[in-house]
Design a protein around this ligand. Sequence first.
Ligand SMILES: *Cc1c(COP(=O)(O)O)cnc(C)c1O
Length: 390
Amino acid sequence: MDTKQRDKKYIMNTYGRYNVALKSGKGCYAFDENGKKYLDVSSGIGVNSLGYCDDGWVDAVTKQASTIQHMSNYFYSAQPSKLAETLCKLTPFSKVCYGNSGAEANECAIKIARKYSFDKYGAGRNEIISLKNSFHGRTVTTLSATGQENFHNFFFPFTGGFLYADANDINSVKSLISDKTCAVLIECVQGEGGVNILDKGFVKELRAICDKNDLILIDDEVQTGVGRTGRLFCYENFDIVPDLITCAKGLGGGLPIGACLCSEKLENVMQPSTHGTTFGANPVVCAGANYVLSVVSDKKFLDEVNKKGNYLKEKLLEIKGVLSVRNLGLMVGIELERDNAHDIAVKCVENGLLIITAKNLLRMLPPLNISYGEIDEAVKILNKTIQEDI
Ligand SMILES: *Cc1c(COP(=O)(O)O)cnc(C)c1O
């Protein structure tokens, strides 16, 4: 049996996979089991921030793996404490709580927001307003938080207490606020929902409404965080500071990590026994994340992410068959005239370009250190694929 046959026989069928078994990678390039080379502008859904097997990242991770690979959270450990210090020094936040994924980071944020309200106002003030078309994860609670009806099926009963407002419509949010509301949950750029960039005015009004009503503003930075949008965290583009942010995907540079960062007013909400994790704060993973942050937090690096994003957008708009392009930094959605993004993505992969979709868009989340030459090559393969199709 080869890899694909074994996968089909023994792994539950939760993904429609591309017809490729990847074996190795370096930088922006991946190689399949037959030795075929692919340019990857998906980064494992925004995870491989520095591409495949970046030398510095590999050094940091392997060094830590051969020093101590895991200890329980009942012991102090240098790597997670350094990572938390760096995250807090680079942001206005004061404390970090670790987990292993985006969904877990969001669960943690939801728990903190609800406990803050419970401690201060008592039971019953627990509703969270999220936005339609959002995506917050696959656990039963984060599915509830996700503002898309098709995610609210099969697994009943879902966690209660979530209401869904229209993005960019402040009156829609206001109409859902009551004495039961404790938090508002947003993605400043909706990733899975189709690279929808929220209006700055809307986000600022949300901040003001949350201040006025003592609601916790939670910003899901799982996809947008750690340099993806040309700022260390996406909220910086909107001139606000949330009360809680969650990050995951790109933080570990390819190893599983989730982190929830909170402002000072929330830093003591969680106490021993209110939250925990066996694997979270793993030193090998945190060593990788420390390395990623040491590269990505540099202002010049982030400026380049912005420049590359704009360069990529301009090149994409020159392609015949591309209707529009939405981007913030290197988070890019491409709308096609023929509305056949999925077919084009499959053909791109055949033509050596690993690309993903979001709703009816093609989506690019390339490694943040992609070169201009590699951007040109990606655009060339996409152009060829679209023209072959017309
Ligand atoms: C991917 C994603 C999640 C879920 O992260 P997992 O690591 O898959 O649990 C949550 N929120 C956003 C915005 C995401 O893009």
